[in-house]
Design a binder for this molecule. Structure first.
Ligand SMILES: NC(=O)c1ccc[n+]([C@@H]2O[C@H](COP(=O)([O-])OP(=O)(O)OC[C@H]3O[C@@H](n4cnc5c(N)ncnc54)[C@H](OP(=O)(O)O)[C@@H]3O)[C@@H](O)[C@H]2O)c1
Length: 300
């Protein structure tokens, strides 16, 4: 790879796909993208939990930037599959940071609002983490392992990530749309509050981090703070469904395995001022996703 080479790890996932799109469209970077399975012809296969494979891959490609979009993202499964969750979200981030350090690359890593306990909301980059569940603990450990090994590091924490992609896991918006299509009423929680974030916008923030050679921790999320219930009603409105199908409930009725932060909303001032980002409103972001789904022929 040239000096302008970027390795995007976890490119089969939602954010990974958006990163490839954004860097292709808006940068001169030579892109190599990897996924776990390697089933996709345009992606190479790389399991980031395998230290030697990570070292060999970075040694061969010599990218100037590595972006890590790979993660064990199933918050409830992380409670029972602890070993794997820790390996992917913590140990493997250490491998990427080590490889970046040895081969002089910058690492951009993605973390989460679940590092906070959600008692007060409005979290800034210097707010004290206190994860409630095992997923949040592994992600915080990943941040710390990377920081311990690498100076040229940027960590972007995000939350309620959604968007449209190929063969991706169902995110909140896709789940709500499926429910709305069924046409029967359903309930959504009012007591989990945060800033929904379109994956395309997060990918764009990563581009800005790379362009400006930014380092350190950034909170990056959508502009609006709302409950999942309010978000679901916005989704219905933007996609032309009946918001009346959605009723209110509280998290205690859900029986979710992992404890979640109730209000993990972010203050994104640092990203706005240092990266020149304008956090979009939820209507604008949902409208972008709707257009993409129309173009792909998934909705009318
Ligand atoms: N989704 C959210 O609401 C949310 C909120 C806050 C922060 N985040 C963070 O945002 C980032 C991107 O999330 P996302 O929603 O785009 O995730 P995603 O769609 O679940 O994608 C994650 C990708 O990582 C891959 N992966 C898992 N284990 C791997 C391994 N050992 N080696 C290489 N790749 C591996 C997965 O492959 P397989 O599918 O084959 O397992 C998947 O393609 C993550 O760091 C996540 O923690 C997400």
């Amino acid at each position: 790879m040239s000096e302008n080479g970027i390795l995007i790890v976890g490119a089969g996932g939602l954010l990974g796909q958006k990163l490839v799109e954004v860097f292709k469209r808006e940068s001169e970077y030579a892109i190599v993208a990897s996924e776990l399975s390697g089933n996709n012809d345009s992606l190479i296969s790389l399991d980031i939990t395998e230290r030697q494979k990570v070292m060999d891959c970075v040694a061969e490609l010599r990218p100037s930037v590595i972006v890590n979009a790979a993660a064990f993202t199933d918050v409830d499964r992380a409670e029972t599959e602890r070993e794997l969750a820790y390996k992917v979200n913590a140990t493997a981030v250490g491998h990427l940071a080590e490889a970046a350090n040895v081969f002089n690359a910058k690492l951009v890593h993605i973390s989460t609002d679940y590092v906070f306990n959600g008692q007060k909301g409005n979290y800034e980059e210097n707010s004290l983490p206190d994860p409630l569940g095992y997923y949040g603990k592994t992600k915080l450990a990943g941040e710390n392992l990377a920081k311990a090994q690498l100076e040229d590091l940027a960590i972007l924490r995000t939350q309620v990530l959604y968007g449209f992609g190929k063969g991706i896991k169902k995110n909140f918006v896709l789940w709500v749309l499926d429910k709305l299509k069924e046409g029967a009423g359903f309930s959504v929680v009012t007591d989990q509050v945060g800033n929904p974030t379109l994956a395309d916008e997060l990918a764009y923030a990563v581009l800005k981090v790379v362009e400006r050679n930014a380092k350190g921790l950034y909170h990056v999320s959508g502009f609006d703070v709302m409950s999942r219930f309010e978000f679901a009603r916005k989704i219905a409105a933007v996609f032309g469904h009946d918001p009346g199908l959605i009723s209110q409930m509280t998290s205690d009725k859900l029986n979710q395995k992992a404890k979640r932060p109730m209000n993990s909303s972010f203050v994104c001032l640092k990203a706005q001022t240092e990266l020149g980002l304008k956090m979009p409103t939820v209507e604008d972001s949902l409208t972008i996703m709707k257009r993409q789904m129309k173009q792909a022929g998934v909705i009318n």
